[in-house]
Write a new protein. Structure first.
Length: 230
């Protein structure tokens, strides 16, 4: 009897929760209908941005509305220019407005040393070190079966052409130290291994300034495996 009462209580809570969510949805739609059609359309478009919910979209939309004509036009022009002028570098797949990109066309950089990253944003993190002076190759993703991303979705063909043409001495695999990143690194290492081409993986382990006492087992294992001679 007690089990039945507990089950009925759970059903009641679930029903009330769904009803509350449905009511909120109706209230939101009713609230949105009070806006003029251009404002509603702008809010709907802003909601498509990552990390932007309904309230944030409304604040952004009203900020744009209160902005000057020049600022609003500058924002619209910037969005148009991003879509019209940016493209992928034909050599490394980095996002650029010139082809080849500034890294591939720079004669002072070592074009025979290629660092492979998952996303264009990863390049900025490496450049902050002011130590790497090679070229890059951007995969635009990593192998993730759960998200329907297989090896065929990775942008590897132009890297393979550079290696087969004898233009690369070393490839540094700088994919993220995640399950997907590790799987991607292993797959790429198998595909690009050629005589005379060195394949390396970035080290992982204890962050600088941290305490070993608080490191988890996997991080500590990676740090021990990646040890170097002093």
């Amino acid at each position: 009897m007690e089990r039945a009462d507990g089950f009925n209580l759970q059903i009641t809570k679930l029903t009330n929760y769904k009803f509350t969510q449905f009511t909120r949805s109706l209230n939101y739609k009713s609230f949105m209908s009070k806006f003029a059609e251009p404002m509603t359309r702008l809010i709907d478009e802003l909601k498509k941005l990552p990390g932007v919910g309904s309230k944030s979209a409304q604040r952004l939309a009203f900020h744009i509305l209160r902005s000057s004509e020049e600022d609003a036009e500058a924002l619209a022009a910037a969005v148009r220019d991003v879509k019209a002028k940016l493209r992928l570098c034909t050599v490394c797949n980095n996002i650029t407005d010139v082809d080849p990109c500034v890294y591939c066309s720079n004669p002072t950089r070592n074009q025979r040393l290629v660092c492979v990253v998952e996303e264009p944003t990863n390049i900025a993190a490496i450049e902050k070190t002011r130590h790497f002076n090679g070229a890059y190759h951007v995969l635009h993703g990593s192998i993730s079966p759960l998200h329907g991303v297989g090896p065929e979705q990775l942008r590897l063909s132009n890297l393979m052409r550079r290696i087969d043409a004898g233009e690369v001495d070393e490839v540094i695999l700088a994919t993220n130290p995640t399950v997907e990143g590790e799987a991607t690194a292993v797959y790429i290492s198998q595909q690009i291994r050629r005589p005379g081409v060195k394949v390396t993986r970035i080290a992982t382990g204890i962050p600088v300034g941290s305490d070993i006492e608080y490191a988890d087992e996997v991080t500590m294992l990676k740090a021990m495996e990646g040890r170097r001679e002093l």
